[in-house]
Ligand binder design. Sequence first.
Ligand code: FES
Length: 151
Amino acid sequence: MIQEEFAQILSFYQGRGAASDQNELVALLRETQELYGGVIPQHALDEIARVLGFRETFLPAVLRRYPSIKTEAVRHSLTVCQGPSCGRRRELLDFLSREYGVEPGGVAPAGFRLQTGGCMKNCGKGPCVRWDGVVHTGMTPDALRALIEKK
Ligand code: FES
């Protein structure tokens, strides 16, 4: 039932040019989010991309600009060290909030879960983060962006 409704919504916005008109695409994403109770499931995103002919990277890039549109896709995990010897850790969290619309404990529309954690045993080389289980040292906002966008 919900699948039929989703197919109708998708077809409606396809007819309105959502493949090339970003306003229509965002309206489609918002309506899909509402239909699924506040979070767009991955299969719906995949279907939107398939029907509208988007490259794999296109929708995540759009979603990054609309943090209020939530998806369930969590492909990566990011932990920012909050140990006392890692300086500038607040700067990284502020950057993540500003650029990726995510706070500790939340999931970024770009597809990663953000957490904070204790000392990562690389204090002399901080600030440190753990990305999918691997510690990265000397992080700056630019280095963090590179890590996230690399995927
Ligand atoms: S305090 Fe961050 S690695 Fe030790």
